[in-house]
Design a protein around this ligand. Structure first.
Ligand code: PFF
Length: 531
């Protein structure tokens, strides 16, 4: 049996914890960045299609698999996929379900600490953008601040304590790590669940304040077209001609996975602490719906709209991507609005809350895996997880020039491996465990039934979609990434680093398998689960 038995305190608690994992920087930074990069409204059709064909059905599969695995006393993706997928192949592919949360944590928590650092700066007077300069100068000074603060101007520069600025990042980082470790150590119900229960509503209130401020922004007197309505139109008017662009579909599906925390091994882990009679179908849908509310109604309305009202269509030529809008463009907008510093502080603190409920969900699967594989006591396992994650953080922080390591890990772990793991989960659930058995399992204790069409979707449509994505990756994306590795030693080392982590996890899985067999447990899922 599992050595350290943990359980959720309440149904609302588990829903908020999963929603907390889902709602994060992906909703407020990545989503608007992806939408802007893929033509605004053009992005939304592939996005909602991917939600229906991948996000929601695979989310249900993960909830059901996690709860089933939990009944066999397993909590980590390798063990659970081994049971559901009946053997070694699925078990070792399940290593991805620990690698992804852990690897994403290496850089995610850093961004989380930028948010805390920016919030603290706004509380103490802002980031020093002088109003009255031309906009382009203001953007330049905001970008320069970002580059210095995050170390993207040079390797090791974050650790240069000679300027006061850098040390604020380190202070924010230390505070962020302490918060994560403390909540993780307090345990599932006492730490993660309790925190999510107050952080989620607080986040909603803060996001609403920023949203109302943005939607009531007056139009620029000299450019009356730069108004809220046109800003919304930029984001929401569909552009049908973009539908044939495979890049937009890949980006949309990647966003759905990243945002919903589906395809990561996180939901499998969280659901494994549920009981057989606990509902997973409505809970899964509620958590996904909560995520979509924050993503589309908050993330999608705040950043782009605010940037558009102040900057108009030149927005498309500004620092874009995941960080450009949130960290470089919005500070310029805040500098112009009344009470801008207060709104800036609320915005970045809200991002910090959103991020911490997500980063906790990246540590818990790793912790569960280490406890389960080695039989270590909780305290020792927490120490090991903290040690490993600090090595990863330090690595990303030191090699900060152009954020190359961060970007490389995000590409391989946070984008490519997710598709692979999602495909593995889909095949294990729909084909090896069997779709009929899988749906029956999901329906135990369920407060709504999974509509029949989703059986077909999970078995055929989702894997076909994922295979198409994999094909596109192999044909169009990976060759470019690999070519880049040849030219860029920092990126190459980052890939070696990832391989090293994979090796470590594989060895741990082997150790775990041996232990579980010695304990006479049903490692290969030959027996039905007990109630
Ligand atoms: N879903 C989170 C977000 O949208 O920011 C990100 C995330 C959570 C990634 C959990 C990975 C993970 F394991």
């Amino acid at each position: 049996m599992s050595e350290n038995k943990q359980q959720w305190g309440s149904r609302l608690g588990v829903i908020l914890a999963v929603a907390g994992s889902a709602v994060g920087l992906g909703n407020f930074l990545r989503f608007p960045g992806q939408a802007a990069a893929n033509g605004g409204g053009a992005f939304m059709i592939p996005y909602f299609t991917a939600l229906l064909l991948l996000g929601i059905p695979l989310g249900w599969a993960e909830w059901a698999m996690g709860r089933y695995g939990g009944r066999k006393g397993f909590h980590s993706a390798p063990a659970i996929l081994g049971v559901m997928g009946k053997g070694k192949i699925a078990r070792y592919l399940g290593v991805l379900g620990v690698l992804i949360p852990l690897g994403v944590y290496f850089y995610y928590v850093l961004i989380e600490s930028w948010c805390l650092g920016y919030a603290l700066k706004y509380l103490t007077g802002g980031i020093g953008i002088a109003d009255g300069q031309p906009i382009s100068d203001q953007i330049a000074s905001s970008s320069a601040h970002f580059a210095t603060y995050t170390g993207s101007k040079g390797d090791g520069s974050v650790f240069d304590l000679s300027g006061g600025l850098m040390s604020t990042l380190l202070v924010a980082f230390v505070l962020t790590v302490i918060a994560n470790v403390w909540l993780l150590f307090r345990g599932l119900s006492g730490g993660i669940e309790t925190f999510c229960k107050w952080a989620m509503p607080a986040m909603a209130v803060f996001a609403l304040i920023v949203l109302v401020r943005v939607l009531t922004l007056p139009a620029d007197a000299t450019n009356p077209d730069q108004n809220v309505v046109n800003g919304l139109a930029y984001m929401w008017n569909p552009q049908w001609d973009k539908l044939g662009d495979p890049g937009a579909w890949m980006a949309a599906a990647g966003q759905i996975f990243f945002s919903l925390s589906v395809g990561f091994g996180v939901i499998i882990n969280y659901a494994s602490y549920m009981r057989k009679k606990d509902d997973v179908v409505l809970s899964g849908l509620t958590a996904s719906a909560t995520n979509e509310y924050f993503e589309v109604a908050m993330g999608g309305l705040i950043t782009l709209t605010a940037a558009f009202v102040f900057l108009g269509l030149s927005l498309t030529t500004l620092p874009g991507g995941t960080f450009g809008l949130g960290f470089q463009t919005l500070p310029v907008v805040f500098a112009h609005m009344p009470l801008g510093n207060a709104i800036g502080a609320i915005w970045f603190f809200m991002l910090f809350l959103a991020a911490i409920t997500s980063s906790l969900s990246m540590l818990q699967p790793t912790l569960a895996f280490i406890e389960e594989a080695t039989g270590m006591k909780r305290r020792a396992a927490v120490a090991l997880v903290v040690g490993i994650s600090l090595i990863g953080n330090a690595y990303v922080m030191w090699f900060s020039k152009d954020l190359t390591v961060l970007g490389t890990i995000d590409d391989w772990v946070g984008t490519f491996f997710i598709v692979v793991l999602a495909l593995v989960q889909c095949i294990v659930f729909g084909w090896v465990f069997g779709i009929d058995r899988g749906i029956e399992e999901a329906h135990h204790g369920a407060q709504m039934r999974i509509p029949k069409v989703f059986q077909f979707i999970i078995k055929y449509v989702s894997p076909a979609f994922l295979l198409w994505m994999l094909f596109n990756f192999v044909r169009d994306v990976l060759p470019k990434w690999i070519e880049n590795l040849g030219a860029n030693p920092t990126a190459r080392n980052a890939v070696f680093f990832i391989l090293l982590v994979i090796l470590f996890l594989v060895v741990m899985t082997a150790i775990g398998e041996k232990r579980w067999r010695a304990q006479g447990r049903d490692v290969d899922g030959q027996l039905p689960a007990q109630d």
